[in-house]
Write a protein of this length. Structure first.
Length: 376
């Protein structure tokens, strides 16, 4: 292929010929390319109808040698809250006053005594004590046995359902695996003896944890002991919503310590308070759906983990030593400056630059030696 320079006149000399350029081989295999019109790359204001171009997101391809380009960060979605059966909500159970149970039990016992007198098996002493009329007795027949069974069942049902409610305690009642209500009343009452009772403590409670793993803002491993103030707000969810609400609360505290950095007691008060507020908020959000009300989660003891305790102790000693040295040096420099200034301003000595430097050097050595001997 020959190339000629455009001109209105014929060239005088022979035309130069060059070899056709060869197309370079593709270095990256198995990659598709798309041609983009050049005029789209230099347009400042897109016209109406133009298709907007969005930046491509390409990851690293194994074996191609291609470097990863810009990758948009994926925003983390909100952490899902624990879900509990919405129909499982605490409601009051149906109970009767204790006098009803006592009356039913007394009636059953009186029926047993009357049946024994009717059958003639009551002892003469009991008949005389109860002032009953003498009766020969009809003997123990099917009717008497049925009366015995009915009176005995009434007595057992009446006395067996008596219960005493206490302040700060509640009973969760269930029948054949179904929730039947919660009893928060106090005093003597009658509860159906066929119902299964589960005692729940609804008082304000304090739980002091064992040392739990945590970390500070720099990622240093810590051991933290926290004090949790909480109580059972919904007895139905706390008892039936989880297997053990106390174990669930402990796991919520451990999960919150992983997400919240905790500072040592020597840190700023604001950081300690913010960590306590964050812990309280997270634990309350996790424990609320299962009927637990958390008032505060306070770290009461924070220390380094055993594997890093020695190294961090040496580091803190070195930092304190450097701080002490800096304070001593600042004090010495201030004393030397004050001494030289007073001597000069009062006219006691006249010093040139060389003498001033020598005096400053001597005073610095003297003050440092004096502080070293006094142990300051």
């Amino acid at each position: 292929m020959s190339t000629t320079t455009p001109s209105t006149e014929e060239p005088e000399g022979p035309t130069e010929t060059t070899a056709a350029p060869t197309r370079p081989a593709r270095l990256i295999q198995n990659e598709a390319t798309t041609e983009i019109p050049v005029h789209l790359l230099f347009r400042d204001d897109p016209e109406t109808g133009a298709v907007p171009l969005s930046p491509a997101v390409v990851g690293r391809r194994q074996g191609t040698g291609e470097q990863p380009r810009f990758r948009r960060p994926v925003p983390a979605g909100p952490r899902p809250a624990p879900q509990v059966d919405p129909a499982l909500v605490e409601r009051p159970a149906r109970v009767l006053p204790g006098s009803a149970g006592v009356l039913a039990g007394a009636c059953g016992m009186a029926g047993c005594v009357a049946t024994s007198w009717w059958a003639g098996v009551l002892s003469p002493l009991a008949v005389e004590a109860l002032r009953l009329p003498e009766y020969a007795g009809a003997g123990l027949g099917p009717v008497q046995w049925a009366a015995y069974a009915g009176a005995g069942a009434l007595s057992l049902f009446g006395f067996g359902g008596l219960a005493r409610g206490r302040t700060g305690r509640a009973w969760v009642l269930g029948l054949f695996g179904r929730y039947r209500g919660t009893v928060r009343r106090t005093g003597l009452m009658w509860v159906n003896p066929l119902l299964l009772r589960r005692r729940v403590d609804v008082r304000l409670r304090h739980w002091r944890s064992e040392p739990m793993p945590a970390a500070d803002a720099g990622g240093v491993a810590l051991r933290v002991v926290v004090l949790v103030v909480w109580r059972v707000r919904d007895t139905a969810r706390a008892t039936l919503g989880v297997e053990d609400h106390e174990t669930y609360l402990r796991e919520c505290v451990e999960a919150a310590l992983v997400r919240v950095p905790v500072e040592l007691p020597g840190s700023a008060r604001a950081s300690v308070d913010s960590a306590a507020e964050a812990l309280t908020r997270l634990v309350a959000a996790d424990a609320g759906p299962v009927g637990l009300e958390v008032f505060s989660v306070q770290p009461v003891r924070v220390e380094y983990a055993p594997e890093v305790a020695a190294a961090m102790h040496r580091r803190r000693i070195a930092a304190l030593d450097a701080q002490h040295r800096a304070s001593v040096l600042t004090s010495v420099v201030d004393s030397v400056e004050d001494t030289v200034t007073r001597l000069t301003m009062r006219g006691l000595v006249e010093l040139d630059d060389y003498e001033r430097k020598a005096l400053v050097k001597d005073l610095t050595v003297a003050f440092c030696a004096g502080r070293g001997e006094t142990g300051q």
